[in-house]
Design a protein around this ligand. Structure first.
Ligand code: M6R
Length: 610
């Protein structure tokens, strides 16, 4: 969703701020703009389309200054256009704001401001913020006006304000939308996310909801909405700049697919010792306090939800703990009754997904405990949770989640092993086997990746198909959902659906006809024969079967129109291995169709509005 950058300091604000904004491209957007403060006034430039088009516009009439706010907009209120692009200025052009989030009471505020004589230029909810500050600043200093304006807003915001009358200060604030502060040498930043500022500084201050920041080139001053000072230490981010670059790959997605062996190694590091799982002290205390009849509810969105579905199989079958898995967007409105014996496990790469965050907050208000499985350190959900297991996958930039997914599955497997052993649910030999399987994952993923050319050849054969089914059973039923999501996400020309293979006969089979491609997950498992029967049913209707099977399975060869093999592993861990050909297949089909793989239209990496 929208990307925000604010800059103040010794550098050329236009080029520094745009460099940072370009590093937020992965968030998804449809227009971009910048407001630069020079010695006299604010200069605003905006453009629908990509950031490179804004840069082109700026090259013709470059504004220079020492402070700027800029923005990439993912449209919610009002079409993507120049007038709806941020920054939005007040009536006099003295103030400008950029905003990520949704102001739910904007219509009533706008009516009031119109009656007070303010002139609106856009259809956005955002524009009311700048007019509100303008109105309040008639009677009080800008900092107070900013805080009082924020107090009147209902909804989510990360917002930055720049004023021509305050050349040495920027203002920022957040509530349920991400905003961080970066502290450099003689310069300071606001940004939606860490990768934006990594090439300038690694010193970051994470903001909490309803906190306001006055930012000078010397650093931030934090306060509450009531103006009470807030003390917060800065944190040094460990992510390297290189990890946020493409490193020679044509797309971030391909780079991140290939990073999976290393990512999983990092997920396992210091946690799996022999067949013993160790977590940090806070997580261990949290897990050890769970009651014998604890109810686990996993909440997540998109790919992270699919990880949760796999986790349900592992935790229920191996640790014998009842688990419900819910889409966070449904959970938050379900009216479930939670209590002290409920633990909500929130799975999220970004730690900022609006629905998951709202589900976490709701769970806490009802007295439930919250464990987060999260990739981004100190993100909103990580900070809300009672304990966090970080996936340590490194920055994931491509919109399509790949390494975050397999590292989430790895954390769920570690959690399962920990709880299963603690509750004495797993015979020692099985626990050892499972742990050996986990330790072997990085090497198995390398082997699965070595098969890329074979997957690419299959992708080339089916690249012109426009409908796909993905079918799997048990642990690989969520893999079918995930495989289909990957394809439709990055290849908007294609319709793909994942189903539990047993559901075929209850409807979807009616569509199968000659040449309809069906991707089957048919690795060795107790339901192998059932899957083979499902393959037969598709073949009988002249569908094309692309079968992902275990290495060495010669039996399956005669059922498959195209065969892709993966290394054999524990049945419960197989979704981690089958994820690789599913991701590569989606990638190569999209590449063959010339799709915008890292920034698919209409999608955002981190969905920070409801
Ligand atoms: O950051 P999160 O894991 O909370 O994001 C959840 C979904 O938005 C995300 O997984 C989305 O479905 C991915 N783009 C899928 O590849």
């Amino acid at each position: 969703m929208c990307g925000i950058v604010g800059y103040i300091g010794k550098g050329d604000a236009t080029s520094v701020a745009l460099d940072c904004l370009a590093r937020l491209e992965y968030r998804g957007y449809d227009s971009a703009g910048i407001a630069v403060l020079n010695s006299k006034r604010l200069e605003v430039r905006k453009r629908p389309g990509k950031i490179k088009e804004l840069i082109e516009l700026i090259r013709q009439r470059p504004p220079h200054g020492h402070a700027a706010v800029c923005h990439s907009r993912w449209a919610t209120h009002g079409e993507p256009s120049e007038r709806n692009a941020h920054p939005h200025a007040d009536c006099t052009g003295t103030l400008a704001v950029v905003h990520n989030g949704i102001i739910e009471n904007y219509a009533e505020l706008k009516e009031r401001l119109l009656a007070e004589g303010h002139r609106f230029r856009s259809q956005t909810d955002t524009e009311i913020i700048v007019h509100l500050v303008e109105e309040l600043a008639k009677r009080q200093p800008i900092e107070t006006a900013f805080r009082l304006a924020l107090k009147q807003l209902r909804g989510a915001y990360a917002v930055c304000l720049i004023s021509a009358k305050e050349p040495h200060r920027l203002f920022g604030a957040r509530n349920s939308s991400p905003l961080i502060v970066g502290i450099g040498d003689g310069e300071a930043f606001f940004a939606s996310d860490v990768p934006a500022i990594l090439s300038h500084t690694r010193r970051v201050v994470y903001l909490n909801d309803e906190e306001v920041v006055e930012l000078t080139a010397g650093g931030p001053r934090l306060m509450t909405l009531d103006g009470k000072p807030v003390q917060r230490e800065s944190t040094t981010v460990t992510w390297s700049l290189e990890s946020a670059r493409k490193g020679g790959y044509p797309h971030f997605m391909l780079k991140e697919i290939h990073e999976q062996p290393l990512a999983i190694e990092h997920t396992l590091a210091n946690r799996l010792v022999g067949d013993t799982v160790r977590f940090d002290r806070r997580t261990t205390q949290f897990l050890d306090r769970l009651s014998d009849d604890e109810q686990l509810i996993i909440i997540a969105c998109g790919t992270a939800y699919h990880a949760g579905l796999v986790g349900e199989y592992m935790l229920e079958e191996l640790a014998r703990i009842p688990v419900d898995v819910d889409l966070a967007s449904e959970f938050r409105y379900r009216g479930s009754r939670l209590g002290r014996r409920t633990t909500v496990i929130a799975i999220t790469q970004s730690g900022e997904t609006a629905d998951t965050l709202a589900g976490v907050k709701m769970a806490k208000t009802q007295g439930a405990k919250v464990l987060a499985i999260c990739n981004v350190m100190s993100s909103s959900i990580a900070r809300e949770a009672d304990a966090v297991i970080y996936t340590h996958a490194g920055p994931e930039i491509a919109v399509a989640s790949t390494k975050a997914y397999t590292s989430q599955l790895t954390v769920l497997a570690l959690l399962t092993l920990y709880l299963a052993k603690k509750r004495k649910q797993l015979p020692a030999a099985q626990a050892k086997r499972f742990a050996r399987g986990l330790a072997a994952l990085p090497a198995l993923l390398e082997r699965a990746l070595a098969n890329e050319q074979a997957v690419k050849a299959v992708a080339a054969k089916y690249a012109s198909a426009r409908n796909f089914y993905y079918l799997g059973r048990r642990h690989n039923y969520p893999s079918a959902l995930e495989g289909a999501l990957k394809l439709k996400e990055i290849c908007p020309l294609i319709h793909a659906e994942g189903y539990a293979a047993g559901e075929m006969k209850h409807g979807p089979i009616s569509l199968i006809r000659k040449g309809w491609p069906v991707v089957f997950l048919a690795t060795r498992s107790p339901v192998y024969e059932k899957i083979v029967s499902n393959i037969e049913e598709v073949r009988a209707r002249k569908g094309e079967c692309i079968v992902i099977a275990s290495e060495g399975d010669d039996h399956i060869r005669c059922y498959a129109d195209r065969l892709i093999t993966v290394p054999q592993t524990d049945e419960f861990l197989s979704p981690i291995v089958t994820a690789i050909p599913l991701q590569l297949f989606a990638y190569h089909v999209a590449a063959a169709n010339g799709c915008d793989i890292d920034q698919p239209p209409n999608l955002a990496k981190s969905v920070t509005v409801e």
